[in-house]
Write a protein that binds this ligand. Sequence first.
Ligand code: ADP
Ligand code: MG
Length: 618
Amino acid sequence: MGKIELLSEEVANKIAAGEVIERPASVVKELVENSIDAGSTRIKVKVEDGGKKLIQVLDNGEGMVAEDAKLAFERHATSKVKEANDLFALRTLGFRGEALSSIAAVSRLKLTTKREDSLSGIKLRLVGGEIEKEESCGCQVGTNILVKDLFFNTPVRYKYLRQTSTEIGHISDIINRLSLAYPAISFRLEHNGRQILETTGNGNLLDVIFNIYGREAAKDMLEVDYQQDYMELTGFIAKPTTTRSSRKHQSYFVNDRFIKSGLMSKAVEEAYHTLLTINRHPIVVLKLKLNPILVDVNVHPTKLEAKFSRGNIVYKVVKEAVTKAIKNSDLIPKIELEEKSKQKDEVKKGSKKQDYQQKNLNLTTGSKQTEKKKKNESKSKQMPKYTQQTKQDSKEVRAKKIERLFGGVEDSKVDQVQEESRQYNEEDLSLVPIGQIHQSYIIAQGLDGMYIIDQHAAHERVIYQQLLQKYKEEQVKIQELLLPLKLDLTHQEAQLLAEKEEQLANCGFLLEEFGGNSYLIQGVPVQLYKLDDQELILDTIYKLIKELDFKEEHHFAKKVLVMISCKAAIKAKTKLSVKEMSSLLADIEGYQVQTCPHGRPVMMHLSRRELEKKFKRR
Ligand code: ADP
Ligand code: MG
């Protein structure tokens, strides 16, 4: 007798189920995708104990007739596509006809469904995939599926389920993604009677982002809207100042399907680059629409990893679109007035509207200066206001102005100088130091109101920009050390260092092999040498080796420069002379600094108008 036996239907179903249904979240995904395919506009998901005990999905979709409802639980029963060549060309999410039979095979399942044109609905009860009971019933149009005791008949699978919190985490991820993919559908997720998510289904993606990530995150989103011959990219990305500690909050969709794409996320992070703090990641929701031919056909439905046959174009489009969105945003946070007084102001403004308009009119007609300023403002709305004047001044002219105002002043005369600086002609200079608070923040007056500047962050950015420029021109200055410093490394570290010796030299680090796993530091970038602190130099290089991903070729130099800038910048709690403050402010303007290389904001702005409002002058 031969060895081969055919598997029983039951065993075959259980094996198939194992492939499609890994955990409660897979059940949720399959059921909700079916609801979406059925044209639902409202989908409600109820879960108990992370889905281990119960999963219920209710929809208002087209429903099924009795005959189809029973057929749906047969393997390879699908109303969708007969032959699927290309996953991304499909308009429906399901197409293999495996989900319902797989879920039913490993659970106790109840289904109630009704079509609009049917007089009554049908109710089915299945245990382990077998229909145990069927009856007709009166019910609403749509489908209601209840899955109880998942994996009750496959104990090994059940054993592999994780804690409730982990499982509901996965379920919540699935619902989040689907809500982001379909803002026109209202989703609701409930766990043990507690509502986790509810979206309105009003079609607005930003509203869904608000529902998932909260008000603060939604407020700080930048819109991406980019069209190109072959593709279209839309969605939202977070400002570099609102980030999260993992990439988990980055969702990419291709033709409305959630995908994992190393390529797209790399392009995004590349676009942000130094605007992000190390190990911080922006919230990203990006939707790519393209001809299905450009996406690999052999994408495994549960693996979600998409391959692009024109990866380079996708990469370019994503990077360009994100860069454009970031550039168009004004990254200087505004100082917010207190919520209450703001509301009061609103009320007052209503009653005095005419008065206010009148005043405004007088101002504009009365003063040429204001008129000129207004013109300037409207011309370059995207640019931070403090830069407008500077742009016309050459560096030398500026230097002279600073010299005239503050030249050769000693600290003891600071008060006197500040007095002077208050008398300066407003058009003369755009950012003028008023003073320093807590020896950490510079207060300055600009063309429009007040600026508070974080001295460390600002200086760090300035140094970074200078270094980057020099690096590009291959002119980073190296200072040779009188006494070389010894660097003792692990074997692995020493190898990494050997690989990157040349790049490190381009960034200003001269290294020499010293036998074993040791190196000698012969020279460092001038900026670090000035600090004259050997510990610090060693510390920087150790950190470089530990923290840098040496494989990321072209990021390497930039990351090194970021690190040098941080070490070399003026620290907080350092007293600055007026001259030092002025020169820093000039550099900030010169380099149009908005955030530090780690992505933290460099300055805050309180406009004249806001000041006047605050003091009830308006
Ligand atoms: P697939 O989605 O791949 O077709 P499934 O096993 O998930 O396979 O579903 C089988 C069939 O059952 C679907 O093709 C569809 O016709 C029907 N169906 C499943 N869920 C629903 C639902 N919520 N509303 C209407 N029809 C459904
Ligand atoms: Mg399906």
